[in-house]
Design a protein around this ligand. Structure first.
Ligand code: F6R
Length: 260
């Protein structure tokens, strides 16, 4: 993993955008995997600015979001389809229909999950996957104890995740859905490049387990240790429990001065 410990959200957004810009330079029709939640927002804001400045375009890209709540109306403001359009997609130039989200509005949720994996495959796989991480170590909605090799599937959200996400639902955990459709860890691991955004002390333990812990379903993000091309863009608080923090700073400075 390449770990960048950055001073603030602005720097995190800019480094993420630099990495995506280099992917788009090589492949203007890249397939992008989009995460929702608060962690990638500085990155999306930076991309919107670069798009408006004429520096970047998504006109040839396709995109797939990671997950969707089950049980919310599609026009609910906190459904992930609404979120990603409001915070990013509607501000840039994706072609009509180029951004797909899992279909949680069906009686055949397992079929919808299988269709989603098939659509990602048919698009040629994900070139650049955006991730956040939950305080319990989940990525997408793959909760602790779930298979490290799973495909897109129906998941049950743990109370910790529902408590964390209650801030988007009037601070009322009862309004947070209990289920979602989520890309599996096996699906995510097939992306060619992964960039994970993380901020805040509340994520410090999860970051330590992801980077330095054993690979285990207890901390699902630890599976990323097996991926050859992962970037973790963290602020100082999120990185604060890393044991080898000075090594990561040195490695990143060397990498960034040669590549960014
Ligand atoms: C969102 C997602 C989740 C979030 C995670 C962190 O599509 O899949 O894994 O990335 O719950 O959420 P935030 O960024 O809101 O702290």
């Amino acid at each position: 993993m390449k770990i960048a410990i950055l001073p603030d959200n602005e720097a995190i957004g800019k480094v993420g955008a630099d990495i995506l810009a280099s992917t788009l330079k090589d492949k203007p029709d890249a397939v992008i995997g989009l995460a929702t939640g608060s962690s990638p927002l500085p990155f999306y804001r930076e991309l919107i600015e670069r798009y408006k400045a004429g520096e970047i375009s998504f006109a040839q890209c396709k995109a797939f979001t990671l997950d969707e709540y089950i049980g919310l109306e599609p026009n609910h403001p906190e459904s992930y389809v609404q979120f990603i359009h409001r915070e990013f997609v509607d501000h840039v130039d994706f072609a009509e229909g180029a951004v797909k989200t899992p279909n949680a509005q069906t009686d055949d949720l397992n079929g919808a999950a299988a269709d989603y994996d098939a659509a990602i495959k048919e698009a040629g796989g994900v070139d650049f996957q955006v991730l956040g991480i939950g305080s319990d170590g989940h990525i997408a909605f793959n909760e602790p104890g779930d298979s490290l090799a799973s495909r897109t599937h129906v998941v049950f959200l743990h109370d910790q995740t529902r408590r964390d996400n209650a801030r988007f639902f009037d601070d009322d955990i009862n309004q947070v859905p209990k289920e979602a459709i989520s890309q599996g860890l096996g699906t995510i691991q097939e992306a060619r490049k992964i960039v994970l955004f993380v901020q805040g002390k509340g994520k410090a333990r999860a970051v330590r387990e992801m980077v330095e812990g054993g690979i285990s379903a207890r901390w699902p993000a630890s599976v990323l240790q097996l991926h050859p091309n992962v970037y973790v863009l963290a602020d100082e608080d999120a990185a604060s429990e890393l044991e080898l923090i000075s090594n990561y700073r040195e490695d990143w400075d060397n990498f960034a001065s040669a590549n960014l």
